[in-house]
Design a protein around this ligand. Structure first.
Ligand code: SAM
Length: 347
């Protein structure tokens, strides 16, 4: 009898409270990136290996039900923005069905998707109908030979068709993401800006990060945001920095003086923005990460598949957030490159 009393924990103490996910540096986590697959239909050298790729067996990937449950728990702790990514999220079968499930979760205010756009023309309307708000489409070049050099596949025409269809579909916002590589994509900077201006798309240039599967990244391949800014100003005249509306957004945005369009720079290598990072990541096989460059993961799948309670998931999320470091430390002497490449984490 005495033992039973000792072990009995009143429900109020057993239940995790719903305080937001605040780390030891005061950053409140509102944003969750969900990788739905590690598979991809192209092989960009800055992300995936050149040779044979070992993808996770499908049985290891979280099911839609598991993702939905995890997001429900995360939403109870203040997560309100979701981004679906991969690998290439559009190769995951029935993705609009997942969007629909996530859309119905209380507290989720915004769902975005990052895609290479190759399969977008066929799926844009279904995604929009299911409740997808925003799209980021990756496009580093408009030159077919450079596209082939980067992605080691064809697909540029399908991407352009995907963009055209997406523009007609009526998303809240469509952004173009261009990874910039020194001695390769300098000739693409101005044409991409012209393309984005012509189509009313928000273009963002991303610095190349050490997350390639082949481990060949070197800092002399990084075409910095500052260098790109100079190339754009030489063509279009001065760019004017825009006030920061949301400190957690990774891009520094500018407006042109001769056009309504804006252009952004995501400079994780030369100007890390970790101080305002409010993002968590869930990998396709259910590991929670507090940073792209983290070398530690929290195994949500084990809880989900092991009969764990929602409170266990909440504790796991809190412990992941509590361990978040001040910054990724790419430029520090003690930087350790994560074992996983970008396609295995979810960009
Ligand atoms: N397949 C989708 C796509 O292409 O958008 C989603 C996943 S992809 C990993 C997400 C984004 O990460 C893309 O914009 C891609 O260009 C970017 N990316 C991949 N590897 C990168 C790296 N090493 N440095 C910077 N950006 C990278």
């Amino acid at each position: 009898m005495a033992a039973a009393q000792t072990n009995a924990v009143p429900a109020t103490f057993d239940s995790e409270d719903n305080r937001p996910l605040v780390d030891t540096f005061g950053r409140v986590h509102r944003d969750l990136r969900i990788s739905v697959t590690d598979r991809c239909n192209i092989r960009c050298f800055y992300c995936m290996p050149a040779g044979a790729v070992q993808f996770k067996p499908r049985s290891e990937l979280l099911t839609f039900e598991e993702i939905e449950r995890f997001v429900g728990v995360a939403a109870s702790l203040g997560i309100e923005k979701l981004r679906l990514t991969g690998g290439e999220p559009l190769v995951r079968h029935e993705l609009p069905a997942l969007v629909g499930r996530l859309r119905r979760i209380a507290g989720i205010a915004d769902i975005a998707l990052t895609t290479n756009g190759i399969l977008l023309a066929d799926q844009a309307q279904a995604l929009r109908d299911a409740g997808l708000n925003r799209l980021n489409i990756s496009l580093d070049t408009l030159r077919p030979e450079t596209f082939q050099k980067i992605s080691r596949r064809d697909g540029l025409d399908q991407i352009l068709e995907g963009i055209a269809v997406a523009l007609r579909t009526g998303f809240d916002k469509i952004k173009l993401n261009a990874v910039a590589i020194k001695n390769l994509t300098e000739p693409d900077i101005v044409p991409l800006a012209q393309f984005a201006r012509r189509h009313g798309l928000e273009l963002r240039f991303i610095e190349y990060m050490p997350l390639d599967a082949d481990g060949k990244w070197s800092d002399d391949q990084v075409l910095s945001g500052r260098q790109i800014l100079r190339l754009l100003e030489a063509e279009f005249g001065p760019l004017v920095p825009l006030p920061v509306v949301d400190p957690s957004q990774p891009a520094t945005d500018y407006r042109y003086t001769d056009h309504l369009a804006t252009v952004g720079f995501i400079n994780p290598v030369t100007q890390p923005f970790c101080a305002d990072c409010n993002r968590l990541r869930l990998t396709a096989e259910g590991q929670v990460r507090n940073c792209l460059f983290s070398t530690v993961e929290w195994d949500a799948r084990a809880v989900l598949r092991g009969g764990g309670s929602d409170d266990e998931l909440r504790r796991l999320l809190r412990s992941c957030v509590a361990a978040k470091k001040a910054g990724h430390g790419i430029n520090g002497d003690e930087f350790v490159k994560p074992q996983r490449a970008m396609f295995q984490i979810g960009g």
